[in-house]
Write a protein that binds this ligand. Structure first.
Ligand code: NAD
Length: 497
């Protein structure tokens, strides 16, 4: 374990203490005796300084040719590759998920770095013929200015990378506010950019909570807000951003279904459901939280899943033998305990788990058993609300039609999955599941960075991260018309019948 450190804000290339002098502790959720460091609990003064720095840096950064911006990203990606193992340990220590998952989180950021670095030599626009002779026309992407980025704690490096990198490659500058539970991974990520030669002020970090987030959204010089977090906070972010008429990208909660038809390969379903429901201790926006299973197989599946879930080893993620780490904090743990009680009160039947784990060293962390309910009905709260913990609800159904109806009958629409060997059923599900992502014969988690990521209904507001689609969040289209005819040509008039 390294010694606790005092971290500061990054403003205009300098590490500076927050104006109010306040700090918050970052502790290991697997063992709260382990203090990682103290981080600023900043306020609007620091936000103003950071936005000013980003605004000044924008003048030079937007004019640096995009391939040159890309070269800095390539260098940073190489540094991230070299530092991957250390950063994975840091992330497990601050966030709790097991090492193989934190390595995956960092790999996602590496993939995004190389992908967006390559965009420096593409950033495609369109050329299209004019209706008039001797006239040329095209569209190009333009940066918008300072972008305010607000991120959650469950993917502490991948999510900041999804936002920072597309913003930068287009020529914007950034102020990022990491989640108070997991700021270190944002610091580690940004340090690679700084060491790769990113000019001062292009990326600024202001650590803190809503006291940073709200003034960041409200600052008149911040042109884009990109937010990932809960739907509840997203509603507040929308209010504030709407008042300032900001461009706003929202990625929020999920209640992701896995449909299992009677013909499915149940061995595959068991592996997929365990990974989907209990990976990251259920703390993924794409976690499988509803198993919508044909009545013919639901009972057998519940038994097999319970047997396997009970064998999962829960403990400190730094120990490679452990399968599942803790919840992020006391509030999340309490929320899960409450939902287990809600499920019981609603008449669902617990087939495994259902309790906090606190024997021995586990008592110093926020551990909860992998938990499975059967006989869940579609309207129950545990079938409707995002729990964000290791709780799987099995909902029996009679047909594909019913399965799709139940799957779509929630306020969210991020990810969904269907297990079947029937190609017709798979295609119907791909068409009719109203989610941003659909998997066939794979669980609801596992997105790759080069396809659009995001969801419908309460999950998002129509934007997508990932893919080249994310570039639309951080750029403005400009259409350019060049008339080389030497005379006045009037579109829609001179060449009309
Ligand atoms: P959260 O909404 O509590 O916090 C998210 C971020 O918003 C944090 O940085 C927080 O400090 C900040 N914040 C809180 N109040 C604010 C305010 N009033 N103004 C501005 N910023 C404010 O979410 P969380 O608990 O950190 O993350 C879990 C949630 O994130 C889950 O609902 C999960 O589904 C969602 N999530 C979604 C995606 C996705 O891509 N759809 C990915 C990961 C997580």
């Amino acid at each position: 374990m390294s010694e606790p450190k005092i971290y500061q804000n990054l403003i205009d290339g300098q590490w500076v203490a927050p104006a109010n002098g306040r700090t918050t502790e970052n502790r290991n959720p697997a063992d709260t005796r382990d203090l990682i460091g103290s981080f600023p609990d900043s306020d609007e003064h620091d936000v103003r300084a950071a936005v000013d720095a980003a605004q000044r840096a924008y003048a030079g950064w937007r004019l640096l040719p995009a391939p040159k911006r890309g070269e800095i990203l390539f260098k940073a990606a190489q540094l991230l590759v070299e530092r991957k193992e250390q950063f994975a340990r840091d992330m497990t220590r601050e966030m709790g998920k097991v090492l193989k998952e934190t390595r995956g989180d960092i790999q996602e950021a590496i993939d995004m770095m190389f992908f967006m670095a390559g965009e420096g030599r593409r950033l495609h626009g369109q050329t299209t013929p004019s209706e008039l002779p001797n006239k040329f026309q095209m569209s190009v992407r333009q940066p918008l200015g300072v972008c305010g980025l607000i991120t959650p704690w469950n993917f502490p490096m991948a999510i900041p990378s999804w936002k920072i990198l597309p913003a930068l490659i287009i020529g914007n500058t950034v102020v990022i506010k990491p989640a108070p539970d997991t700021p270190l991974s944002t610091y580690n990520f940004v340090q690679c950019l700084v060491d790769a030669g990113l000019p001062a002020g292009v990326v600024n970090i202001v650590a803190g909570g809503a006291g940073v987030g709200e003034p960041l959204i409200q600052h008149p010089d911040v042109k884009v807000i990109s937010f990932t977090g809960s739907t509840r906070t997203g509603a507040r972010v929308t209010e504030l951003a709407g008042a300032g008429m900001k461009r706003l990208s929202l990625e929020m909660g999920g209640k992701n279904p896995m449909i299992v038809l009677a013909d499915a390969d149940l061995d595959l379903v068991v592996e997929g459901a365990l990974w989907g429901a209990f990976g990251t201790s259920g703390q993924r926006c794409t976690a499988t939280s509803r198993l919508i299973a044909h009545r013919a197989v639901a009972g057998e599946l519940a038994e097999r899943l319970a047997e396997r879930a009970e064998q999962l080893v829960v403990g400190n993620g730094l120990d490679e033998k452990n399968d599942m780490g803790p919840q992020i904090n006391q509030m999340q743990l309490d929320k899960i305990i409450d939902y287990v009680q809600v499920g019981r009160n609603e008449g669902a039947r617990l087939v495994c788990g259902g309790s906090r784990l606190s024997a021995g060293d586990l008592g110093h962390g926020y551990f909860h058993q992998p938990t499975i309910f059967i006989d869940v009905r579609r309207g129950m709260r545990i079938a409707q609300e995002e729990i964000f913990g290791p709780v799987l609800s099995i909902i029996p159904i009679e047909s594909l039609d019913e399965a799709i109806e139940v799957a779509n009958d929630v306020p969210y629409g991020l990810s969904s999955a269907i297990y079947t060997r029937d190609v017709n059923a798979a295609f119907r599900a791909m068409r009719d599941l109203y989610t941003g992502i659909v998997y066939v014969n794979a669980p609801t988690i596992g997105a790759e960075i080069h396809l659009p990521f995001g969801g419908t209904k309460g999950t998002g507001n129509g934007h997508r991260e990932g893919g080249t689609q994310v570039l639309d969040v951080f750029s403005e289209w400009k259409s350019l018309y060049i008339d080389y005819s030497g005379g006045l040509q009037r579109a829609q008039i001179d060449n009309a019948e």
